[in-house]
Design a protein around this ligand. Structure first.
Ligand code: ADP
Length: 449
């Protein structure tokens, strides 16, 4: 096992990793920017090293500074969390080249899945079903037209290097294709420095269902079931559930079997998430994330597993020690992302937290690095807390979440809590019958009121 782990992240996820390390008895090193000197992860870690000024590229993305921090503190492994360097294959490679362990997949697998075109080609070859679309990158607009005519409009032009919903444009009809093509490419070039794009049929009423997998270095792969992340605005998740209201146990087993056997053939290791769009009973793979996801707690709650602990054990070479038949699903979990944003416009609202009173009680979990007096810095992601509940049934989980949100007091900044409360009261949401397009319409209706 590792003697010391450096956590190359900030906020709630740095705390989340720190907690797992502490329970395993492993000392931790926090790294932080000058804007985060007072942050909770810095206060709670055994050691802390300042790695640069507020801007992420000079601190949390500064590979040389992070490796120096690991060297001077004698850390022998690095956990990247999510975001920042977590899906940077060069970083994973550099960490290992310095004799440290990167807690995650191999650099080759990160690279493979980071390119969505390669990811799709690989998954198709391994028997995973895809969204109909182009076979690879599109050479030119003419080729895009041919593929679009074949799969039928509407279509989506997507960036090969895409992430965070950027570099993605819909063409409703043939007349819109040229504009979607050029806007997607311009956006992709600006955001990722790579304007390679591909085309997918635009599904009009899918759910976003993703599967949590975990693979050890001895060839064993298991899955921890699905998460439903269909509640999105601007292609960004806001509320997640485990399991999906749309799936039954047999459908879960089927897609789980396809995913785990594909990853076994690939020789994948550590945590990963396969994302699918699910419509008319069909799963269509869209991408794989080679890291821990923001929404991993809902899986932990229904499977009674510590996914970060599993990541650390596997990175240290330990076998999973259990098989698929040992993984049981119990009850229903919901996560609400609490962002410091205006609940209708989603404009970030950084500021100082004057009052912070998190909810408690049976089946309630709060993952947050907030405290009263903390200044939410304007430089980073606006998510300031995750509220997760578990209950025996979906309806009870909704009631519990409502109750917990009512108890949650965060003063000093605006948050999206009022929007979550409205969603939880909505009959359509409560019925479980919603698609990835539902939330945008719901928010538009709220604005019109
Ligand atoms: P990113 O990596 O930018 O998050 P994804 O490929 O994961 O991009 O897609 C993000 C979201 O965009 C999906 O969860 C879904 O809501 C929407 N989306 C992606 N592909 C399609 C598609 N073919 N049809 C309809 N919606 C899509």
């Amino acid at each position: 096992m590792f003697s010391k782990i450096l956590i190359a992240n900030r906020g709630e996820i740095a705390l989340r990793i720190l907690r797992a390390c502490r329970e395993l008895g492993i000392p931790t090193v926090a790294v932080h920017s000058t804007a985060d000197s007072d942050a909770m992860h810095v206060r709670l870690a055994d050691e802390a090293v300042c790695i640069g000024p507020p801007a992420s590229r000079e601190s949390y993305l500064n590979v040389a500074a992070i490796l120096s921090a690991a060297t001077i503190t004698g850390a022998d492994a690095i956990h990247p969390g999510y975001g920042f360097l977590s899906e940077n294959a060069d970083f994973a490679e550099t960490v290992e080249a310095h004799g440290l362990t990167f807690i995650g997949p191999t650099a080759d697998h990160i690279r493979m899945m980071g390119d969505k075109i390669t990811a799709k080609t690989t998954m198709r070859a391994l028997g995973v079903p895809l969204v109909p679309g182009s076979d690879g990158a599109l050479e030119n607009l003419e080729q895009a037209r041919i593929v679009a005519d074949k799969v039928g409009y509407p279509v989506l032009i997507k960036a090969a290097a895409g992430g965070g919903g950027r570099g993605m444009k819909v063409a409703a009809t043939a007349d819109d294709l040229e504009e979607a093509w050029s806007v997607a490419r311009t956006e992709a070039r600006a955001a990722f420095g790579n304007d390679e794009v591909y085309l997918e049929k635009y599904l009009d009423r899918p759910r976003h269902i993703e599967l949590q997998v975990m693979a050890d270095t001895h060839g064993d792969v298991v899955h921890f079931g699905e998460r439903d992340c269909s509640l999105q605005r601007r292609h960004q998740k806001l509320l997640e559930e485990a399991g999906s209201p749309a799936l039954n146990a047999q459908q879960r087993d089927e897609i789980g079997e396809i995913a785990t056997s594909a990853l076994k053939k690939l020789g994948y290791r550590n945590a990963g998430t396969l994302e699918f769009l699910y419509q008319d009973g069909q799963f269509c793979f869209i991408e794989m994330n080679t890291r821990l996801q923001v929404e991993h707690p809902v899986t932990e709650m229904v499977c009674d597993v510590d996914l970060v602990r599993e990541q650390i054990r596997i990175a240290a070479g330990e076998p999973l020690g259990y098989g698929q038949k040992d993984i049981h699903f119990s009850g229903h979990a919901i996560e609400c992302r609490i962002n410091a944003e205006d609940p209708l416009t989603f404009m970030p609202t950084p500021g100082t937290i004057s009052v912070f009173h998190p909810p408690g009680g049976l089946g309630v979990r709060v993952d947050s690095a907030l405290y009263a007096g903390y200044r939410v810095p304007p430089y980073y992601d606006s998510m300031i807390a995750k509220l997760i509940v578990r209950a025996p049934t979906r309806l009870e989980a909704i009631q519990r979440m409502r109750r917990a949100l009512d108890e949650f007091v965060i003063e000093g900044v605006k948050t999206v809590i009022p929007l979550h409360l409205k969603i939880l009261d909505d009959p359509q949401f409560r019925s479980g019958d919603y698609t990835i397009h539902w939330l945008e319409k719901f928010v538009a209706a709220q604005k019109a009121e």
